[in-house]
Design a protein around this ligand. Structure first.
Ligand SMILES: NC(=O)c1ccc[n+]([C@@H]2O[C@H](COP(=O)([O-])OP(=O)(O)OC[C@H]3O[C@@H](n4cnc5c(N)ncnc54)[C@H](O)[C@@H]3O)[C@@H](O)[C@H]2O)c1
Length: 547
């Protein structure tokens, strides 16, 4: 991954979040984090307040200068400066060498609020806190603003600030995963969108459908970038709050209306920026309006990046069933940018990991070994390893779907590993369990069924379970009896004369489609399942069934 410089330096007032943001950035880049104040404390064995009280500010500033000098030339690090460090031009110059200085800008009022109960800030010990902060900000504003970038932190969750800094810092290191299907991946890959639109000869206008939560986190940099890059093609930005309930024809109808108002021609484009609900509904709308306009997908959840947005399926829910109405309509381009995943809630991230693990199990032992080896880095969303995990999963999915884009030959059925029982669990618990969580349990069950049928070794099933646990995914069979599963499988397309076709693993990288007899194989298997760990879920009739 290429970055604009070899180190990042955070400046700004005390209380602006330099330590929290700095640690987060370092973790994401796989770099070390250095806090100048902590370095001084370590070196002297005294707290900053003690040093100020015993030796005075001038002495402290000398020590600070010494640490800055010592850090000169240190690369692969994120440095949090003290509030006054860059007020000294010498420090500023030295820190900026090989680095990018970022000013975390906060208003005096928000800083005062954050610092009101603090007792370890020597400069705030006397007088009114707000007044002191205002004075210090006045004195230092020019020095802070000399940073390469200013990022406003007020009213923004830390994840949004981290993402904004990395959007500026990470240089476009995109990889082409499939040129014929136009699938690209890598941090900052979104930057390729304008060029792709030009290559696909898109003429104005362009409608952007953006997930409201993504907009909340990313608006500061995303709106600035859209304005700069798309001013020539009158972009229409529609911010929408997605939900499975709203993935309907009524939403598609509303979007058709927007396209009609814009007088969008077939050479115009829809760009979807969001999770699987947004990419599915935008894809369906684009594929049907004027028999198909240009479509570009920027999936922002892990599930959408490794599954929903690749493979060419679009859809909306209908008549109580998921994805009942839809089209096969591969997008003109799909941009998989892991920077979006930095703001994704933990549960959504873990649910997406189930699909990443599924692809690795079907793909090869090398793919599984990578996830085992790098599980910590991936869990921490370190960009290099996370990008590779996405690339690995998507490359595998593309290999499978490419030969069968319209799902005619049944080749894509392999991708259903873990899904047959997963869907039953999801539906039984009324979709309060996430799809990925249900697939995780479904994969473990399928692996154990394979062991029971003598198709794979118990060690393989145990290894799969351990991997899922590493990513904090559920693996225990829930309180779901055989009869309820059979009821849920009633409409399964893979069911025939009391038998159902399951994808069962034989090894990592080898799976087969095998017939499982509901009475002979599945009943004893499920009836011996206890529920030692409660999922905290009670069954409920769902309003949606899954297809
Ligand atoms: N077309 C296909 O082949 C295919 C395959 C698998 C799944 N799907 C569909 O995908 C949908 C599920 O997708 P999903 O899991 O992405 O759900 P989703 O789109 O509902 O997104 C999950 C949540 O994450 C939020 N979110 C999205 N990006 C975010 C970000 N970067 N930061 C913070 N929050 C963010 C969303 O607002 C939402 O609350 C289902 O409708 C499913 O049917 C389609």
């Amino acid at each position: 991954m290429k970055t604009a410089a070899d180190r990042l330096i955070l400046t700004g007032m005390m209380g602006s979040g330099k330590t929290t943001i700095g640690r987060w950035l370092a973790r994401t880049l796989g770099w070390v984090f250095i806090d100048i104040d902590r370095e001084i404390e370590r070196q002297t064995g005294k707290s900053i307040s003690q040093l100020f009280a015993e030796k005075g500010e001038a002495f402290f500033r000398e020590l600070e200068k010494e640490v800055v000098r010592r850090l000169e030339g240190k690369t692969g690090c994120v440095i949090a400066t003290g509030g006054g460090t860059v007020a000294d031009p010498y420090n500023r110059r030295l820190l900026a060498r090989n680095g990018r200085l970022v000013y975390l800008k906060a208003s005096a009022e928000s800083l005062a609020k954050r610092l009101k109960d603090t007792s370890d800030r020597p400069l705030l010990q006397a007088g009114d806190v707000l007044e002191t902060i205002r004075r210090l900000l006045d004195e230092r504003e020019a020095a802070y603003s000399a940073a390469h970038w200013t990022v406003t932190v007020d009213g923004k969750p830390p994840a949004g600030t981290v993402q904004e800094i990395l959007w500026r810092f990470v240089e476009n290191g995109v990889q082409v995963l499939d040129s014929s299907l136009g699938v690209f991946a890598g941090p900052g890959s979104l930057r390729n969108l304008p060029q792709l639109l030009r290559e696909r000869r898109v003429t104005a206008p362009v409608l952007f459908l953006v997930d409201e939560r993504v907009w909340k986190f990313s608006q500061a940099w995303l709106s600035e970038w859209l304005e700069k890059e798309f001013s020539g093609c009158s972009p229409e930005i529609v911010v929408w709050r997605p939900s499975e309930r709203k993935k309907t024809l009524a939403t598609a109808h509303w979007l058709w209306g927007k396209l009609h108002e814009l007088r969008l021609e077939r050479s115009g484009a829809v760009v979807a920026v969001g999770g699987g609900v947004v990419t599915d509904v935008a894809g369906f709308t684009a594929s049907t309006y004027k028999r198909g306009v240009r479509l570009f997908l920027v999936p922002t959840t892990l599930l959408a990046q490794v599954d929903a947005a690749v493979g060419g399926k679009t859809g909306v829910n209908f008549g109580g069933a998921k994805n009942m109405i839809g089209t096969f309509y591969p997008a003109d381009a799909v941009l998989l940018d892991p920077l979006f995943l930095l703001t994704l809630p933990g549960r959504e991230f873990r649910a997406g990991m189930a699909e990443v693990i599924k692809a690795a199990v079907l793909d090869s032992s090398a793919a599984v070994a990578f996830l085992q080896r790098e599980s910590r880095a991936i869990r921490q969303r370190r960009l290099t390893e996370l990008t590779r995990a996405i690339q690995q999963a998507v490359t595998f999915k593309l290999q499978v779907v490419k030969e069968d884009l319209q799902e005619r030959s049944g080749k894509r059925m392999l991708l259903n590993f873990g899904h047959t029982l997963g869907h039953a669990i999801e539906a039984h618990f009324g979709y309060r369990i996430k799809h990925g969580e249900a697939v995780s349990i479904g994969m473990v069950a399928a692996a154990n069924l394979a062991v029971q049928k003598g198709l794979c070794s118990p060690a393989l099933a145990a290894s799969l379970e351990a991997l899922l646990r590493r990513f904090r995914l559920p693996v225990q069979w829930p309180d779901l009896p055989f009869t309820a599963v059979v009821e849920r499988l009633q409409h399964d397309k893979k069911r025939r004369q009391g038998k159902i076709r399951f994808v069962l693993p034989e090894d990592f990288g080898a799976a087969r489609i095998a017939e499982v007899d509901l009475e002979v194989d599945l009943r004893p298997f499920l009836e011996q399942k206890k529920t030692p760990e409660s999922t905290g879920l009670s069954s409920q009739r769902s309003s949606l069934t899954s297809r």
